[in-house]
Design a protein around this ligand. Structure first.
Ligand SMILES: C[S@@+](CC[C@H](N)C(=O)[O-])C[C@H]1O[C@@H](n2cnc3c(N)ncnc32)[C@H](O)[C@@H]1O
Length: 307
């Protein structure tokens, strides 16, 4: 049934959805799962850092599709346990959704640990147009660590977008020591060439986003009396290399008089790319990136690239 608060959404384009994403990733414990790879990469850069060889430049970490800033917050927390001085570290988080960037900024202000980082910039922008942003133009060949976490690279659905994106990564990455960590959801890899096949659940459920196929009710921590209702996936359409899911997330206020007030009624449609590994790595290579390492964890395959 429709409501006057109904709106089309891509899952990330409102303040309620930003909080809902934050709560969902905490439930899925993605935080615990991927923090250690990125932390160990940043620690490697911190250990090898010499101001002279770095020409006085900071160690720069660029988190593409940063969302709530989850990855950067974890990096600040984990690396500060082993390194007292993070003044020479710069974080840059980019996301195309202003609502996510607002949320990330609020997280930075909330968590004291982010004060340990020398400089943090949050940018609203497209992954495939990163280089046109002024801050990044000043970082060509100077980014030490680029991260595209949680399988978000599958949002690059346009035919030319993977190559365009990899080309920008190659331009930004520091030659030699710079590393690009790319994670791809296993259920979105149709064929593999250099990594091993993994056993996927037969019903095609994904485990990264909890309960996409079940009704979920999640209380808000930010808005008094507000609950998030997620309806199960209504339909999944596969068209060529693209997989589209439709579902609904509502923000509802419980009035206590038996009436629920719908505050926002999101008709969500997400379209994700399904990857052929050979094709993906060919695009990366064409852009000037080499795949140096792969590993597998939980429901994602990770690719570490350099130039
Ligand atoms: C699954 S969330 C991941 C958020 C965060 N990286 C994490 O791991 O928790 C995907 C994020 O990527 C952003 N995104 C999707 N496509 C993008 C694009 N083309 N350019 C920039 N951001 C994008 C979305 O807005 C969303 O915040």
């Amino acid at each position: 049934m429709g409501s006057s608060k109904e709106r089309k959404s891509n899952l990330y384009d409102s303040a309620y959805l930003a909080e809902y994403y934050d709560i969902s990733t905490r439930i899925a414990q993605e935080t615990v799962r991927d923090a250690r790879f990125y932390t160990s990469a940043l620690r490697g850069h911190l250990q090898a850092y010499s101001p002279l060889e770095h020409h006085g430049q900071p160690i720069v970490v660029l988190d593409v599709g940063t969302g709530t800033g989850r990855v950067l917050l974890n990096l600040a927390y984990e690396t500060s346990r082993t390194h007292d001085n993070l003044n020479h570290v710069q974080f840059i988080g980019i996301d195309r959704e202003p609502a996510m960037i607002h949320y990330a900024l609020a997280m930075q202000q909330k968590y004291q640990i982010m004060k340990r980082i020398g400089r943090i910039d949050w940018l609203v922008g497209e992954a495939v147009h990163m280089i046109s942003m002024e801050i990044l133009q000043n970082h060509i060949g100077r980014v030490d660590l680029i991260i595209f976490a949680a399988g978000s690279v599958s949002y690059l659905t346009g035919p030319d977008e993977p190559l365009k994106f990899f080309t920008q990564v190659a331009a930004l990455l520091r030659p030699g020591s710079g590393r690009f960590y790319l994670s791809v959801r296993d259920d979105l890899i149709s064929s593999r060439s250099i990594t091993d096949d993994v056993l996927l659940p037969r019903n095609g459920k994904t485990v990264a986003w909890p309960g996409l196929h079940e009704q979920q009710v999640t209380p808000s921590a930010l808005y008094a009396g507000v609950l998030y209702y997620q309806q199960p996936v209504e339909d999944t359409v596969i068209y060529g290399p693209l997989k589209t899911n439709r579902f609904r997330v509502q923000a509802i206020r419980r009035t206590g008089f038996g009436d629920d007030e719908i505050l926002e009624d999101n008709l969500i449609e997400t379209t994700l790319r399904v990857w052929n590994e050979t094709e993906m790595l060919n695009w990366a290579e064409e852009a000037g990136l080499k795949c140096l390492e792969t590993f597998h964890e939980f429901d994602q395959t990770y690719y570490v690239l350099g130039r």
